[in-house]
Design a protein around this ligand. Sequence first.
Ligand SMILES: Nc1ncnc2c1ncn2[C@@H]1O[C@H](COP(=O)(O)OP(=O)(O)OP(=O)(O)O)[C@@H](O)[C@H]1O
Ligand SMILES: [Mg+2]
Length: 269
Amino acid sequence: MLLTKMKPEFEISEAHERKETALDVKQLNIYYGNHRAVKDISFTIEKNAVTALIGPSGCGKSTFLRSINRMNDLIPGARSEGIILYEDVNLIEDNINVVALRKEIGMVFQRPNPFAKSIYNNITHALKFYGIRSKKKLDQIVEESLRKAALWEEVKDRLHDSALSLSGGQQQRLCIARTLAVNPKILLLDEPASALDPISTAKIEELIMELKKEYTIIIVTHSMQQASRISDKTAFFLSGELVEFDQTDKIFTNPSNQKTEEYISGRFG
Ligand SMILES: Nc1ncnc2c1ncn2[C@@H]1O[C@H](COP(=O)(O)OP(=O)(O)OP(=O)(O)O)[C@@H](O)[C@H]1O
Ligand SMILES: [Mg+2]
């Protein structure tokens, strides 16, 4: 259970009630002290689709992404107002169980950050925390997660080697496997390939397109090519505002807003 008490004081959209949307964001504001980094944004994240967040440095992409699984809670002075509706629960409310939330909504960061443990233990770490102890069950989840993250074939004979002995691209796929191991519904990816070489990037992109069959994916990227290759929907942020949100094809071929046009054609940012 994400919430101890459930009593939404706002209207829940029909699409959300029909469980077609993964997240409904409404009038969301995020502050660091007095600085408003995300300004009154409203949009809907579709289930089992890839949504790309684009926009120049400092426009609030990571701030928004972190607010979804409450990683901003770790930043002193950060606070959110508004609604991020997930399965009839407003995720920004105080009484959310953030441990349970982060199991359902997992996050992968720009720099691969595996634990200084074996490949195997990187994956079982959280599982043990959630009380799974059977060796057979752990073995099974390790294999399943590594297969889903397209890493199994490369590491199956070295599961007890240190995760730090893997290449950067392999480490990032291990971080994705580690997130998948706890069976999340939504994956938040903050520039997951920006520290990787082109071949590793291509593997991550392929993986994302495979994973969207089972998961809802939100990805921050600075690469227009990447956003247009892998995403279904694109949200363009500028100075904390959501300037435009639409089908990715539309954003990259015929955007409605002039600022979007200028950004995607490389005139700023
Ligand atoms: N921990 C923090 N404390 C105070 N202000 C912050 C913090 N993190 C981000 N900000 C500010 O919030 C705004 C949005 O930052 P954010 O990191 O969300 O941007 P971004 O779009 O992810 O940028 P980038 O593309 O460079 O990663 C910026 O003005 C930034 O300086
Ligand atoms: Mg960022």
